[in-house]
Every structure is written in structure tokens, then in C-alpha cells.
Write a protein that binds this ligand. Structure first.
Ligand SMILES: CSCCC(=O)/C(O)=C/O
Ligand code: FE2
Ligand code: NI
Length: 181
């Protein structure tokens, strides 16, 4: 089940609230400019499936997002716990960073934990299959796929380079809960 846990930066052990209803999650995030939508990921895709297979299965949805929201680049992260570089891949996203563009991720299988740091609050968004999250450019955040990754996410970008991150150098991510798997 998708969820949103909201913490004050000073209390990583105790969330102020935990939301599990889609409308509550979407409206709380919308107040901060974060878009949380639920789409139907109807094609059965297994974590570990190739980028080509995932893009072909979701071409209609990808085209819709590109046309309606102007994204120009797409790629796929598709990982299961057999992946030989899973620890390095996990570590790559675990430190707080920002992007110069919106972070748009459509989960078509499995789950992952996005944690957003906005002013004095931390928003931990557990994303699952069918969730489409759009985090505004410049938002400090990190992502945990867990020790045993099991997810497929389609990533959309509005720059031709794809994924470019600016790390903040802060250690805040190490104090907040990681994905339990
Ligand atoms: C769920 S997609 C992989 C993570 C990623 O692209 C990112 O920028 C995390 O912050
Ligand atoms: Fe990111
Ligand atoms: Ni699964």
C-alpha cells in the first residue's frame, strides 16, 4: 500500500502523521507542489525486464506524458535482487540531491521510497505500482530501493541528458527511515 509519512526534520524517529488513502496523500503533497497521480499499470512487467520491453509495454502512457507535459527523454530503471550492482545502484540515490528539472517517475511494478526535504519537514512517499509522482525541480530528496530491490520505474526528463543530480552534501538522509524490505 502506498503511504506518506510526514516528519519534522528534528524527529526522524516519529512521524507527525502517516497517510495511506490516495486522496490524502495527493492533497498533502499538492500543498507542496508535488503531484501524486494514480495511473493504471496494466501490462504485467517483472522487475529485471529490459528497458525496451518496458517502454514498448507503456508506449501509450509515455507518449501521453511527453505530449501533455513536454518531456523529451525517457528511460527505465528495472531492478530485482539478482542484480549484481544492486548495492552500488542503491547507494547512488541514497544521498540528498536535487535536479534542475522535475523528477517524474511512473512505477509500473514493485515499490520504492522517495523522501522529500521541504523547508523544516520531511515527506517519505512509499511509491508502488500505479503511482506517478512528479517532484518539482530543485526539491531536495533521496530515494531508497532497499537492500532487495524489486521495482520498475519509467523516468521522464525534460532535458536531453536524462538523469543529472546535484548532491547537497548534507547527511540528513542517513537519519531518516529507509525502505523496509
Ligand atoms: C525510482 S527512479 C530511480 C531514482 C531516481 O531516478 C532518482 O532521481 C532518485 O532521486
Ligand atoms: Fe532524484
Ligand atoms: Ni512484484
Amino acid at each position: 500500500m502506498s503511504s506518506l509519512s510526514v516528519y519534522h526534520v528534528s524527529s526522524p524517529d516519529l512521524p507527525n502523521k502517516v497517510l495511506t488513502h490516495f486522496e490524502d496523500i495527493a492533497s498533502t503533497l499538492a500543498e507542496k507542489g508535488v503531484r501524486f497521480d494514480r495511473w493504471q499499470a496494466a501490462a504485467k512487467i517483472q522487475p529485471g525486464a529490459s528497458q525496451e520491453e518496458v517502454i514498448a509495454a507503456y508506449q501509450v502512457q509515455i507518449d501521453q506524458l511527453m505530449t501533455e507535459r513536454g518531456y523529451i527523454t525517457v528511460d527505465v530503471i528495472s531492478l530485482n535482487s539478482d542484480h549484481p550492482q544492486k548495492a552500488e545502484l542503491r547507494a547512488k540515490f541514497l544521498d540528498e540531491h536535487r535536479h534542475a528539472e522535475d523528477e517524474v517517475r511512473f512505477f509500473v511494478a514493485g515499490r520504492g521510497l522517495f523522501t522529500l526535504h521541504i523547508d523544516d519537514y520531511v515527506y517519505a512517499v512509499l511509491c508502488e505500482k500505479n503511482d506517478l509522482i512528479s517532484v518539482p525541480a530543485g526539491t531536495a530528496h533521496w530515494f531508497d530501493m532497499g537492500e532487495h530491490p524489486h521495482f520498475v520505474a519509467i523516468r521522464l526528463f525534460n532535458n536531453p541528458e536524462g538523469w543529472v543530480a546535484n548532491f547537497t552534501g548534507e547527511d540528513i538522509a542517513s537519519r531518516f527511515p529507509r525502505l523496509e524490505d
